[in-house]
Design a protein around this ligand. Structure first.
Ligand code: HEC
Length: 161
């Protein structure tokens, strides 16, 4: 009996060691940020400065929001677009978001909403890729949207008044 307990304990210890030295943790820390990653800063629950000072385009932003391979916002949100009947209800409808939030507040929600709600299930579309756990191979080491696409989506959302 005693022997069993010891071997169980050492088994757990070995497992913990394996997890700690596992390549996942080590590479996540060592990974470099992509060269073109735009730095951003949060003040008062908002990111005031556009990513890399880029100007967004609202019509491109709407297309990105609808595209299931890019923004895929419709998977979780209703958008006030005629003829779009299928949408998710996991997140709040985005009609009127431009009147409820400032542009900087919207930018923070799209860039990385976990800055305000660490438990959020909304993907951080411009989250530091080093913080994303086990992304799909296509997204390893990169953001889900690039900086221009993020600014385009924001330019679209501010028109929803
Ligand atoms: C997997 C589901 C999911 C996807 C995909 C998603 N969101 Fe969200 N979003 C949420 C949830 C849930 C919330 C509510 C707040 C929270 O839980 O963080 C939210 C909140 C928001 C808010 C704040 C709304 C408010 O009224 O305060 C904005 C703006 C937003 N999302 C924009 C977007 C945009 C733009 C996209 C696409 C580029 C997108 N979301 C994709 C789930 C999602």
């Amino acid at each position: 009996m005693r022997y069993c307990r010891i071997s169980l304990l050492s088994g757990i210890l070995l497992l913990q060691l394996a997890l700690l030295t596992g390549s996942g943790i080590a590479t996540a820390r060592e990974q470099a940020l992509p060269d073109d990653y735009c730095q951003w800063a949060v003040t008062d629950y908002a990111i005031a400065q556009p990513l890399c000072e880029l100007a967004g385009d609202a019509s491109r932003g709407m297309a990105i929001a609808l595209d299931s391979g890019r923004g895929n916002c419709l998977a979780c949100h209703q958008l006030p677009i005629p003829d779009v009947e299928a949408y998710g209800t996991i997140g709040p409808p985005l009609s009127g978001i431009g009147a409820r939030l400032t542009k900087g507040q919207i930018r923070l929600r799209v860039v990385d909403t976990r800055e305000i709600n660490p438990m959020s299930i909304m993907p951080g579309f411009y989250r530091d890729p080093r913080l994303i756990h086990r992304p799909d191979k296509r997204y390893a080491g990169r953001t889900f949207l690039n900086a221009q696409q993020v600014e385009d989506v924001i330019a679209y959302l501010v028109t929803l008044k």
